[in-house]
Design a protein around this ligand. Structure first.
Ligand code: HEM
Length: 394
């Protein structure tokens, strides 16, 4: 692995130390107020220091230009300049609603240059804080040193790793074919991985502090401008595994305009390797369609019943994770605290930008596709799953 330049390393060291200390101090100031959503005019000297110290690193890296240090180094710089811009947005030193372009021209140039060279959006992505968040002597990158941020990032990462494991296992089923007896191993792995996701989600639900998460963690994921364009925030869904599961299980289809739009929109928020995996997956026949195409001729055979039963169990567990995400995590940590906010403080609550009710409706559609709900107006596989269930019960 090529080593990052001295300047890239200095920026990384700053992001992992002073940057975290200043953000944490600011969070504690905001959080101690009666109105925890009040940011403007609070902790101004700290904000100025954060802005100016970061700018020194940005200018040095911009002057250095593209060092050709390889993917890992460029990816690290993109994450660091992105976290810097995300923090400036969080502390209201910029706000896309007030501006036509980012007030941070040099940081924008650096992010645009590196992002374009990697084929990724010019902002920090989930992978920077999750699966590619390299720990240094135990310390992974975060915005603050608040225990709730560590809990959130660690459980998100565990969830992502488990969903990737389930997606890998189902990809193997595609290659083996559903009639292959060896697929029992793959379906077992997928089931175990999804049970792990349920457990990580449960831990978040039980242990994450609602107020700390809502007021001190979530705001770093707001959309912000890079140059003239506003980029939506990162969310734990920005990896291909979740959509591979949707597509391989056949619960969502790349030919569905709503779902395809979602895939197109998230492409550049993912690692290039994930982008490729997702494209590849979009060309495959889902396991559900494969089973349905075999049902008339082989529905009564032992291998078919075994495979269909294993598929249905995996699909059911996957649906449970979607229900848990929407009805527990989104409801408890976003929807309920947002109800208690004044209307003007609501702006920018979500990571993707649209007003909260619009976002909630679109997350609900995804949940209903994943549980194959019988819901008018939403294209789901309810009838196909019912048919398969009846077939193996006979
Ligand atoms: C406190 C915990 C969590 C909360 C409050 C939460 C909330 C949200 C919200 C509000 C969105 C919509 C995008 C936006 O932010 O604007 C979203 C998207 C998403 N989140 Fe979470 N999330 C949490 C944890 C997780 C975890 C642990 C996972 C699994 C790894 C996950 C997977 C996803 C996925 C896949 C999406 C993209 C939409 C989809 O495909 O369903 N989230 N989340």
């Amino acid at each position: 692995m090529t080593q990052p330049s001295a300047k890239a390393t200095a920026f990384d060291t700053w992001i992992r130390s002073s940057f975290v200390e200043m953000n944490t101090e600011l969070e504690n100031l905001y959080f101690a107020q009666d109105d925890r959503a009040r940011i403007i005019g609070v902790g101004d000297p700290l904000k100025v220091r954060l802005r100016d110290e970061g700018q020194v690193h940005v200018l040095a890296l911009l002057a250095e230009g593209n060092t050709g240090d390889g993917f890992d180094s460029a990816f690290g710089v993109l994450g660091n300049v992105g976290m810097y811009l995300g923090a400036l947005r969080r502390h209201e030193l910029s706000n896309p609603a007030r501006e036509e372009r980012s007030p941070f021209a040099e940081a924008s140039s650096l992010a645009l240059h590196v992002g374009a060279s990697l084929g990724m959006a010019p902002r920090f992505a989930t992978s920077h804080l999750a699966t590619r968040n390299r720990a240094v002597a135990g310390v992974r990158k975060t915005f603050t040193s608040l225990p709730d941020e560590f809990l959130f990032i660690d459980e998100n990462t565990r969830g992502i790793l488990a969903l990737q494991r389930a997606a890998d296992a189902l990809t193997q089923v595609v290659h083996l074919g559903v009639s292959n007896p060896v697929t029992d191993l793959c379906f077992d792995t997928a089931r175990e991985a999804l049970r792990d996701v349920l457990q990580f989600n449960r831990r978040l639900f039980e242990h994450l502090d609602v107020e700390r998460f809502f007021f001190c963690v979530r705001p770093y994921y707001k959309p912000y401008r890079v140059g003239r364009t506003e980029y939506r925030g990162a969310n734990a869904g920005d990896f291909s595994g979740i959509n591979e599961l949707d597509l391989l299980l056949g619960l969502c289809r790349a030919s569905d305009a709503y779902y395809a739009q979602l895939l197109v929109d998230k492409m550049t928020f993912m690692l290039p390797g994930d982008q490729q995996r997702l494209r590849d997956c979009m060309t495959r026949t889902s396991l559900l369609d494969e089973l349905l195409s075999l049902a008339a001729e082989h529905g009564g055979k032992a291998w078919f019943r075994r495979s269909a039963a294993a598929y249905l169990e995996v699909a059911d567990l996957f649906g449970q994770t979607a229900v848990q995400h929407h009805d527990q995590l989104v409801a408890r940590f976003i929807e309920e605290p947002a109800l208690r906010l004044e209307p003007e403080a609501l702006q920018g609550v979500t990571a993707s930008g649209p007003p909260l009710p619009v976002l909630l409706r679109s997350l609900e559609v995804l949940r209903d596709m994943r549980v194959a709900a019988d819901r008018p107006g939403v294209s789901t596989r309810a009838a196909d799953l019912t048919y398969l269930r009846q077939l193996i019960r006979q």
